[in-house]
Design a protein around this ligand. Structure first.
Ligand code: ATP
Ligand code: MG
Length: 233
């Protein structure tokens, strides 16, 4: 059977640190997210939001266990895990080269698939803000993505996630001011374009982003202060 079939996530007693002897930045966190749920994570700066995303992919030192679609991630090969979960970081890195190369580095998909993903991710917002006329798959990306704004890079990263068919998508919303149009494009695609079987975790800096989330997690100093539906908070 194809794994992952769903984006369910079960986290048990997860602690994390950035170095083997460093201080814990997450303390014994446990929670569950059902397939297809939309979860918003909020908390003040330094509360551990980005660290949680890194811990889920085992990019930092962790204790405890994480089950993704029923499988314990410590039993999985790291490449397999990271190819099946997409994290869109606060400032996505892009590869220099074409847009196509960024969406499909291993040349696995046809142009129609890539164009559909760009459209779904909100290419039109991106298009309007670039001076170069029409964006195509051959449009060049400067090293690191320097010719694109942070919001535009997030849109491309989102398109990449759509192409990969990730069942678990984690968006670490950019803190820097994203213009309203780009922000709207990102929220629209998260709401409407991703299948309802895709679990989406959004680390939010603006309240309106998570107003319609199924659940909201409030992190405080590396611990979960609240985890409930917006109506119950
Ligand atoms: P923000 O809203 O500013 O993005 P955040 O909630 O994402 O904040 P984290 O980046 O997860 O917060 O930081 C949690 C803790 O981990 C903080 O104490 C921070 O200093 C520490 N930390 C973050 N990155 C590193 C790092 N690369 N090395 C060591 N400690 C780090
Ligand atoms: Mg952060």
């Amino acid at each position: 059977a194809y794994w992952p079939a769903s984006g369910s996530l079960v986290v048990k007693n997860l602690s994390a640190r950035y170095s083997q002897t460093g201080p814990k930045v997450l303390h014994d966190i446990s929670f569950e997210i059902k397939p297809g749920e939309r979860v918003g994570i909020v908390g003040r700066t330094g509360s551990g939001k980005s660290s949680l995303t890194l811990a889920l992919l085992r990019c930092i030192f962790t204790e405890g266990s994480v089950f993704y679609d029923g499988l314990k991630t410590s039993d999985l090969n790291l490449d397999a895990l990271r190819s099946k979960v997409t994290i869109i970081p606060q400032i996505p890195e892009l590869l220099s080269g074409s847009l196509r190369h960024n969406l499909d580095p291993f040349d696995q998909y046809d142009d129609a698939t890539l164009n559909d993903a760009l459209r779904a991710a909100g290419l039109f917002a991106l298009q309007a803000d670039m001076d170069e006329g029409n964006i195509t798959l051959d449009t060049g990306i400067a090293s690191g993505g320097g010719n694109l704004s942070v919001g535009q890079r997030q849109i491309l990263a989102l398109a990449r996630a759509i192409v990969r068919g990730s069942k678990l998508l984690i968006l670490d919303e950019a803190t820097s001011a994203i213009d309203h149009k780009t922000d709207t494009a990102i929220q629209m695609s998260l709401r409407h374009e991703l299948g309802r079987d895709t679990t989406v975790i959004t680390i939010a800096h603006r309240l309106h982003t998570i107003m319609d989330a199924d659940k909201i997690m409030v992190l405080d100093a590396g611990r979960i202060a609240e985890f409930d539906s917006p109506a119950n908070l």
